[in-house]
Design a protein around this ligand. Structure first.
Ligand SMILES: Nc1nc2c(ncn2[C@@H]2O[C@H](COP(=O)(O)OP(=O)(O)OP(=O)(O)O)[C@@H](O)[C@H]2O)c(=O)[nH]1
Length: 952
């Protein structure tokens, strides 16, 4: 006679399979699942337990039986993930709303009692779940394991959670990650759930714990249970394999065994690190702890036997199963011990402190590469954390940190400088280590590199010419002098020939542009101030740039030949900016010169040399592959990419393989500033290089590699990184709103400001007032630059380099500067009232500034025709009357000048048959307003967007 299965017997007795299983467990019979067959003696035992077939008896006994399990849950967990158990115990707590208190622990142990209680629960449940408790009171036909409430995806490797169907997914609010228009691709931020309209989402739990929102307890399986995950508030977040509460049996040794709770592979012991295992492992062992029903959810050893009956006899079957295991299986098992199974995939797990460094804009594939995981598995894990991303899609820092935290890794998204360092390290090139390893013997003196800066028309170009003509030692150059971006002169100083390199691109534009790329080229700055004009806004700007870069300054007081020249006034003025002349007891050298008349140019050069000798250690190792910076570059019709590079260390030879930024190639030829061919270029030597594949940017670093392949690969990697970084949204540096966050995270402790105003008095007043703000101990306020006039590209560059915020007082950005600031993520603020600026800064320092938004109209369109589509609803054939109509922008509908519908969006936008992103004034288009269909002829569709409001 065929052996009877648990569910059949349960049916016969008029109880649920679950209750039958619970009862069996209580009776000391270890049965794996409802579909397991049981031996006659066991059948009898169960029959005896239900003489009248009343399920009530079974239910009544359940809490008592569950109770012993409770201490287990509370017991200190031996494994890292086990402390996650509180989530399980916490889970049932809300169940108590509808079930008696003892049911709480039992829910984690044994869902039996919880389930009957559920029908009384008013909590919202998805229909399938609601149906299930109802059936729980009577025999459940044909439930050989999976519950009738729906298929149990337990054994489905693609299933979202091993054990249970995931509740209420479809009724959840769309995750931001799935929204292609979302501003961040990220996960729900900490605390965001609370902000969500309607509060936390109800997360009906499958399997009968009733539809209660998950408490914001540490997720079972979270590596650090004490630390709630940033996304921890996602109530309905899928649970990793077998994780706690949803699988009611998970809590205490899988007291309610169920195939759905089994790990994807029956022979794989669920690592203790995963939640269900926390309960399942120990007590699941045959003859285990109190309440320790074996074979818990397939985690216990007893559950490993193939047939259902083995389960009923516990130990024996398990033992044999173990013996039969092959070495390979054992190895796999071992591997799995450290590989949490989240959503049916196994991923190598970190210990919580393992640091993984990723480039900005890195993708899942990059992360997978670092932890030696399958990218597809990580995609699945991420999906289970509520975020959808492809393997190659760039993720932001927060998404990575959530993913990393789940898997036990600390993710560090590295800065472009670190990124560059790491990129080179992957080619076994460590420039820092290389420099550090250089001994004094290897280092040789190199010429100083000088940049000339100053206000417009104060004579920078003229001075550079004058200096160039002072090239007295090697005066016999034969070629035609040409501008290549830099030149070198030889000069006799103290009876010794000395060389100096001048960057021939006057002004601080080049200077900051290079600094913005992380290239520190200049050793010394010559600040040119016209003696007849005195200190002017750009003088101050230049000075600030040099000081911010920590570069010593020599002041050239120019145009002393002019009438009205007052060099002393210049000295006095600059003293106010911290440049105190030597003759006044300071340490800055001032030299009065006339560029036009070439007066005292020698003195100026001597002053530069003296300052260099006094302040700088100008040495480099010439005996290695060259490293340096591209100063400028252009595409020449005949010669291809022509780049002027400055060798900073090593020696550059014709024939070397080099990579400069994203350009690479073999040095075909080199020329100096006189157009003369050069074979080798030593440190501090600027040369024009031919042979690169493309044009590098000013400030791109270059280096010589052993072979052309390495050069090419570095260039390609840089290009890819750049592309990724672009994709990973624009760089957000620091804004007033997130200043406090950055401080809290320890990223910054100083708020750098650049102040620009219409008149100097206002700027000074603003600065004075700002510096009076009491900012407390932890943060500092620093004005790194102040000036009069429009906000320039230089201001933005400086803000980029020094992570500053630009305050514009009665001034606006110059042309294209706003775009640049936007691209670089520089926060610019405009004010016309000083106290408003002060108030904002103060609020920002206290972390209380919130952005304000205002509506800005984009355009209007008049409806001329209505197309009815069964698929898309009504489409408004319209003509754009003003501005532009942009897809996905917000919209409202006006009829006769009256708003008839708000909160609409341009859901679809077409020009004839083609999709359009935007349609301009005067053009016709088809507009779909989503599900809104009440469109009439002559209606006006008005579109607008919300923009951050500039503070007055
Ligand atoms: N009298 C006199 N005029 C000078 C001297 N140096 C420069 N100039 C004049 O000042 C004007 C501006 O000189 P530039 O060298 O072009 O000044 P700059 O600072 O390079 O100017 P921008 O490139 O516009 O920033 C020219 O007409 C020069 O001839 C000087 O020492 N004496």
């Amino acid at each position: 006679m065929a052996k009877v299965r648990v569910h059949e017997l349960a049916k016969e007795l008029g109880i649920t399979s679950k209750d039958a299983l619970a009862k069996l467990q209580e009776l000391g019979e270890f049965v794996r699942s409802a579909s397991s067959t049981i031996e006659a003696p066991v059948v009898k035992k169960l029959r005896d337990a239900y003489p009248s077939g009343s399920p009530k008896q079974a239910k009544a006994s359940a809490p008592a039986q569950a109770r012993p399990a409770a201490p287990r849950q509370a017991a200190p967990a031996p494994r890292a993930a086990q402390p996650a158990q509180p989530a399980q115990t916490a889970q049932p707590a809300p169940t108590g709303q509808s079930a008696p208190a003892p049911a709480a622990p039992s829910a984690g142990v044994k869902p039996g009692p919880a389930r009957p209680a559920a029908p009384a629960a008013p909590a919202p449940r998805p229909s399938s779940d609601v149906a299930r408790p109802a059936s729980g009171s009577g025999p459940r036909p044909g439930a050989p394991g999976p519950r009738p409430g729906g298929p149990r995806p337990g054994n489905n490797p693609f299933s979202s959670s091993q054990g249970m169907q995931r509740p209420g997914r479809e009724e959840r609010a769309p995750r931001p990650g799935n929204n292609p228009f979302a501003t961040s691709q990220g996960m729900p931020r900490p605390g965001r759930d609370g902000d969500r309209p309607g509060g936390p989402r109800p997360a009906p739990r499958p399997g009968g714990t009733s539809g209660i929102p998950r408490p914001q307890a540490p997720r079972p399986g979270a590596p650090r249970p004490g630390a709630p995950r940033p996304g921890g508030a996602r109530p309905g977040a899928p649970r990793p394999g077998g994780s706690g509460a949803p699988r009611q049996g998970g809590g205490a040794g899988g007291a309610r065994p169920n195939p759905g709770m089994m790990p994807p592979r029956s022979d794989r012991p669920q690592p203790g690190a995963r939640p269900a295992g926390t309960g399942g492992r120990g007590p699941g062992r045959p003859g285990g702890a109190p309440g320790g029903a074996p074979a818990g959810g397939g985690f216990g050893k007893g559950g490993r036997g193939r047939g259902g009956t083995q389960g009923a006899f516990g130990k024996g079957g398990a033992g044999r199963g173990k013996q039969r295991k092959s070495k390979r299986a054992k190895r796999q098992e071992l591997e799995q011990m450290s590989a949490p199974s989240l959503g049916g995939v196994s991923v190598p797990r970190g210990d919580g402190d393992t640091i993984v460094r990723l480039r900005r804009g890195a993708s899942i594939t990059d992360f997978a590469e670092k932890i030696d995981a399958n990218p597809a598995s990580l995609v699945t894990v991420l999906f289970h954390l509520g975020e959808m991303a492809t393997a190659t899609q760039s993720l932001d820092e927060e998404t990575f940190s959530v993913l990393g935290e789940e898997l036990g890794y600390k993710i560090q998204v590295v800065s472009p400088e670190d990124e560059e360092r790491e990129l080179l390290e992957s080619f076994d090139i460590d420039l820092d280590a290389e420099l550090e390893a250089e001994t004094d013997e290897e280092l040789e003196t190199r010429p100083a590199v000088v940049t000339v800066m100053g206000h417009v028309d104060h004579g920078k170009t003229r001075l550079l010419d004058a200096i160039r003509n002072t090239n007295v030692v090697e005066g016999e150059h034969g070629g035609i002098t040409q501008h290549i971006g830099a030149y070198q002169i030889s000069f006799e100083h103290d009876g010794e020939p000395r060389k100096l390199t001048f960057i021939d691109t006057p002004g601080h534009e080049a200077f900051t542009a290079m600094r913005a790329r992380g290239a520190q080229v200049t050793d010394i700055a010559v600040l040119v101030v016209a003696a007849d004009d005195g200190v002017m806004p750009q003088t101050v700007e230049a000075l600030n740039h040099a000081q911010a870069a920590g570069v010593p300054i020599v002041v050239a007081v120019n145009k002393i030949d002019k009438e009205g020249a007052n060099p002393d006034k210049v000295r006095g003025q600059l003293t106010e900016y911290g440049l105190v002349p030597e003759e006044y007891g300071g340490d800055t050298m001032f030299v009065d010169v006339s560029a036009r008349q070439s007066l005292h140019i020698d003195d100026l050069i001597s002053a530069v040399l003296l300052t260099a000798d006094a302040a700088l250690d100008l040495r480099a190792n010439p005996n290695k592959d060259a490293r340096g910076v591209a100063i400028e570059a252009n595409l020449d019709r005949g010669r291809g990419a022509v780049a002027t590079v400055l060798v900073q260390s090593g020696t550059l030879h014709v024939g070397d393989n080099m990579v400069a930024g994203t350009a690479h190639g073999r040095v075909r030829a080199m020329f100096d500033e006189d157009g003369e061919p050069v074979e080798v270029a030593l440190p501090s030597r600027p040369v024009q290089v031919l042979g690169l594949s493309s044009v590098p940017r000013a400030g791109d670093t270059f280096l010589v590699t052993e072979d052309d392949r390495t050069a090419r690969q570095i260039a390609e990697k840089r290009e890819a990184a750049e592309r990724n970084a672009q994709l990973a949204k624009r760089r957000k540096r620091i804004s007033l709103e997130d200043f406090d966050k950055a401080v809290a995270e320890g990223k910054i402790d100083t708020l750098n400001l650049i102040l620009k105003g219409d008149v100097s008095g206002a700027v000074e007043a603003l600065e004075d007032s700002l510096l009076k703000i009491d900012v407390g101990e932890e943060v500092q306020l620093r004005v790194i630059h102040r000036g009069v006039g429009a906000i320039t590209q230089n201001d933005v560059n400086l803000a980029t380099v020094d992570n500053a915020i630009i305050i514009g007082f009665n001034v606006r950005p110059a042309e294209r500067v706003a775009e640049l600031a936007d691209r670089e993520g520089v926060d610019m603020r405009f004010y016309s009232v000083i106290y408003a600026a002060i108030e904002d800064i103060e609020l920002a320092l206290k972390g209380m500034l919130k952005p304000e938004y205002e509506e800005v109209q984009l355009g209007t369109a008049e409806v001329r025709e209505i197309f009815r589509s069964s698929k898309f609803g009504n489409i408004a054939g319209s003509i754009v009357r003003s501005g532009i109509i942009r897809r996905n922008s917000k919209a409202r509908l006006l009829r006769g000048g009256v708003v008839v519908a708000e909160n609409l969006a341009i859901d679809s936008l077409k020009r004839f048959k083609d999709d359009a992103t935007e349609v301009r004034e005067g053009f016709e288009c088809g507009i779909g307003l989503g599900s809104f269909n009440d469109i009439q002829l002559e209606d006006v569709i008005e579109t607008f967007e919300m923009r951050e409001k500039p503070r007055a």
